[in-house]
Write a protein that binds this ligand. Sequence first.
Ligand SMILES: Nc1ncnc2c1ncn2[C@@H]1O[C@H](COP(=O)(O)OP(=O)(O)OP(=O)(O)O)[C@@H](O)[C@H]1O
Ligand SMILES: [Mg+2]
Length: 363
Amino acid sequence: MIINSLTVTDYRNIDYIKINPSDGVNIIFGENAQGKTNLLESIWMFTGCKSFRTKKDSELLGFEKEYAKNEIEFFAHGRQQTAQLVIDKKRTAFKNGIELKSPAELIGEFYAVIFSPSHLSLIQDGPVFRRGFLDTALCQLKPNYAKGLARYRHTLEQRNALLKDIQYHSELYDTLDVWDEKLSSYGAAVVYERILYSKQLSEHANIIYSGISDGREELTVDYVNNTGLYIEDPYEIKNFLKEKLRQNRREDIFNKITGIGPQRDDLDIKINGLSARKFGSQGQMRSCALALKLSEANIIKEMTDEEPVILLDDVMSELDIKRQDYILNHISGRQVFITCCDPATVLRMCEGKTFHIEKGCLV
Ligand SMILES: Nc1ncnc2c1ncn2[C@@H]1O[C@H](COP(=O)(O)OP(=O)(O)OP(=O)(O)O)[C@@H](O)[C@H]1O
Ligand SMILES: [Mg+2]
């Protein structure tokens, strides 16, 4: 996956930028608030997924602009291609000049992995960040996962609304059977994919982490859920979830919310058998986040035979020399976009094409 040309027009604070990136390292530098992350985000949007910074497409449009228009020429799946995204209140995507039914149809056409300092939350903060990580990774790899997840969330909202109503209308109790059937079926599809992905993640991340820690430490990643489920067969997962929902009904009605299911699950990340979140040092947590992100890229390559474009937003300054070195060695052979304030930090370690950005324009 190589971007040969990127054109960004009226996107966030960027009026117009056109670049012909190198196949290797590209360094986007400039002072704070000049548009570096905006430019990376504009690349990410070609994955067909939502932005990593906002769920609202309308925020991507430059203030007081009518529409944004971004375009890439890229080499993927053995041929030269183009993709366009037009953004006003919503996104409209085109591939090779043909309008797609939805921007999600770009999923699988263009792959990228984004790594920013906020990814430390993956280790440090609550389960919502780890579920988000799994969901973003899976949505990019499997368009059906995104659809299944949306279906699950919608059904969950409906069941939760029902739980609120039951206290006033006890006759509604019997309708829970229908919702539990649906919810366990959609939920099982989500849990199943997450379990499989977590296994791959654990294998890759352990190898990478071992490299970063000179083989001294072992990293394990396990998918955990609040029901104690450890099976890997989608049909059995469904029956298990359904039974748990049934058992938990009284509590759910009392709390007016569904307490069982993938919306409560988490990744258990351990270093040498100890929780990275509870016992990890700052350095260990950084290495863990790095290992997970590099694993995400490796899994894309393994499953699709395409190298994802790597987007490193401001991470180099956060990492010590050894980790910077590790990251640069392990992304060689991939096209990389690195944002930073001072290009010298990166240029000291590798060759790269540089782009200086100021007030949303190249200088
Ligand atoms: N929709 C929008 N229209 C116009 N400007 C916007 C829009 N969204 C964000 N901006 C502006 O874009 C500017 C640059 O943002 P960006 O996050 O790309 O900066 P940056 O160069 O990455 O800075 P830093 O080094 O601090 O991370 C911000 O000042 C922000 O106010
Ligand atoms: Mg930034």
